[in-house]
Ligand binder design. Structure first.
Ligand code: ADP
Ligand code: MG
Length: 380
């Protein structure tokens, strides 16, 4: 780890300003899923246990346009209090040894990376900590501008874990390294694919993305979702894979239906998709193929569901790959909002080596970009 972490910092007697990501789903004024809050507990406990005089937490939730009572962090402060077994007040001005500031995005300065707003935030601490990996691809005031005012800018434990596992994929992944890519669009994943081609031994492609590749090879795809304006890109990627000697595996059979809806009659099409049908999941032969490649892998990256896993009829490909990985002995990294939802749904999240908490941030990291919120942390 090249960045300073809270392990390296003596926080005794100091006021610590901590950017966390408490951007959790709220429903009827209550926290619907507290995963992100729980992920920040080790950092909060560490700072308190090591004698910080004051820990000031800050986060945004949702996309408020100015002050919006329905997007107050109040329910989040309450859930955090329950989880810690002590009260965490929601405050405008820091008080006590632990408190939470109100939604950062209530101030337009946050998203503008405004220096004056950042300076006001900075007045709340002597040391700065970022534990919000999932917001670190955004140059917002609490992540970026605020750091100008601190000499000590350390990563929290969650941030550290994310950087460590994701950097390992970029620097020296244990080989063979196999990436499974799926999801909806090639256009979202072009930069990741280009980066992966420099590093992986095999690239397994499923999901809707596969149909743009197939069409670019003149394989009939019926009514499957295709990005017509990305056929050239797909061809270029296929060529680049060939040159880089990366084995690129596309699905060879498809679960198809007339519409991507529950209750549809499904068929299994081999090799190509017949006219009028949509490919909505990879078929059993493809699952077998993908597993054959994964079996050899010492490192696996998975981003993007292999079918419309939200609908039971089209979830088997994703489920079988998830279950296979759960049993496979390798470093297994999962990233992407929907892919994380899939491993949770199929009950195998705990069997993965690392499940990234950052959707967009994780993708940008794997594209090889330096995230603005990580770049500004102190080096060790
Ligand atoms: P992530 O959030 O993990 O990066 P994406 O957002 O790229 O993943 O893609 C997820 C979406 O792709 C899911 O909602 C899934 O239903 C959809 N999808 C997967 N396969 C197909 C397919 N064959 N046709 C249409 N949509 C698909
Ligand atoms: Mg998504």
């Amino acid at each position: 780890m090249k960045k300073l972490t809270i392990r390296d910092v003596d926080v005794r007697g100091k006021r610590v300003l901590v950017r966390v990501d408490f951007n959790v789903p709220l429903k009827d004024g209550a926290v619907e899923d507290d995963t992100r809050i729980r992920e920040s507990l080790p950092t909060i406990r560490h700072l308190l246990d090591n004698g910080a005089a004051q820990v000031v937490l800050m986060s945004h939730v949702g996309r408020p346009k100015g002050k919006d009572a329905s997007l107050s962090l109040k329910p989040i402060a309450e859930r955090l209090s329950q989880l810690l077994g002590r009260s965490v007040p929601l405050v405008d001005q820091p008080s006590g040894d632990l408190c939470l500031l109100e939604n950062l995005r209530f101030d337009p300065g946050e998203e503008k990376n405004d220096e004056a707003f950042a300076k006001r935030l900075a007045a709340c601490g002597d040391v700065y900590v970022n534990d919000g990996f999932a917001v670190s691809h955004r140059a917002h005031a609490s992540v970026h501008a605020v750091t100008k005012f601190f000499q000590i800018r350390a990563a929290g434990f969650l941030m550290e874990k994310e950087i460590e596992y994701l950097s390992r994929l970029m620097e020296n992944p244990e080989k063979p390294y196999v990436a499974v890519l799926g999801g909806s669009k090639v256009s979202d994943k072009i930069l990741i694919i280009e980066n992966l081609l420099k590093r992986v031994d095999a690239l397994l492609i499923g999901g809707a993305m596969a149909y743009t590749f197939m069409k670019s090879m003149n394989i009939p795809v019926g009514a499957s979702r295709v990005e017509e304006d990305r056929l050239d890109v797909a061809r270029r990627i296929l060529e680049a894979a060939d040159q880089a000697k990366v084995k690129l595996v596309l699905p060879k059979d498809h679960v198809v239906a007339r519409k991507p809806e529950a209750g549809q009659r499904t068929e299994l099409h081999d090799n190509s998709v017949l006219e009028g049908w949509m490919g909505l999941d990879i078929g059993p032969k493809s699952v077998f193929d993908f597993q054959g490649e994964l079996k050899k892998a010492k490192t696996v990256l998975w981003n993007g569901p292999l079918g419309v896993f939200e609908i039971p009829e089209f979830s088997n490909g994703t489920r079988h790959i998830a279950e296979f990985l759960a049993k496979h002995n390798a470093t297994k990294i999962v990233g992407g909002g929907d892919t994380v939802a899939a491993v949770e749904k199929f009950g195998v999240k705990d069997r993965m080596t690392h499940v990234s908490t950052g959707g967009g941030a994780c993708l940008e990291f794997l594209e090889g970009k330096e995230l603005p919120g990580i770049a500004v942390l102190s080096d060790r």
